[in-house]
Design a protein around this ligand. Structure first.
Ligand code: HEM
Length: 126
C-alpha cells in the first residue's frame, strides 16, 4: 500500500504515533456507542488495552509499517460475535468522524476506507 513515490500509507497517515492517536480516538467511540458497546461489555481494562494493541499492530502491519501482527486473522477474530451490516455502518460513521478529526482527506482517506471495506466480508458474519 504505497503511492507513486513508494511512501506507505502507514507513513502518510503519520506513522506509529499517527495511527496510535487514531486508534485511541476510535476505540472509545466504538466502546461507548449505544449499539456497538455490547461487544466490549465485560472486558477488563487489561483486555481492552490488549485489544487496542492488537488493532494498532494490525493497522501498522496492514498499511505497510514495520510491525508483525501476531493476532488472529479477521475472520477468526470476529467469528461468533454476530456483527451485523447495521453494526458495520455504525462503525463506519465513527471511522469517518475520526478521519475528519485528523484532517485525513483525499487519496489517503480513499485508500484507508478501501482497505477497511476489503475486510467487511470477513468481519460481518451475522
Ligand atoms: C463493527 C465492527 C467491529 C466490531 C464490533 C469489532 C469487535 C471486535 C471485538 C469485540 C474484538 C475482541 C474479540 C475478543 O478477543 O474478545 C475484536 C478483535 C479484533 N478486531 Fe474487531 N471489530 C470490528 C471491526 C474491526 C475492523 C474493521 C478491524 C481492522 C481494521 C478489526 C480488527 C480487530 C483485531 C486486530 C482484533 C484482535 C484479534 C486478536 O485478538 O487476535 N476489527 N473486534
Amino acid at each position: 500500500m504505497t503511492n507513486q513515490t513508494g511512501t506507505s500509507l502507514y507513513s502518510r497517515l503519520g506513522g506509529y504515533d499517527g495511527l496510535a492517536a487514531a486508534v485511541d480516538e476510535l476505540l472509545p467511540r466504538l466502546q461507548g456507542d449505544p449499539q456497538l458497546g455490547v461487544y466490549w461489555r465485560g472486558q477488563n481494562d487489561h483486555t481492552k488495552k490488549r485489544g487496542r494493541q492488537m488493532l494498532l499492530d494490525f493497522l501498522v502491519s496492514a498499511l505497510g509499517g514495520p510491525a508483525i501482527y501476531h493476532g488472529q486473522d479477521m475472520r477468526t477474530a470476529h467469528q461468533g460475535l454476530r456483527i451485523s451490516n447495521s453494526d458495520w455502518t455504525v462503525m463506519e460513521g465513527h471511522v469517518l468522524a475520526v478521519l475528519d478529526k485528523f484532517g485525513i482527506q483525499g487519496r489517503e482517506r480513499e485508500e484507508f476506507l478501501g482497505a477497511a471495506a476489503s475486510l467487511k466480508s470477513d468481519i460481518v458474519q451475522a
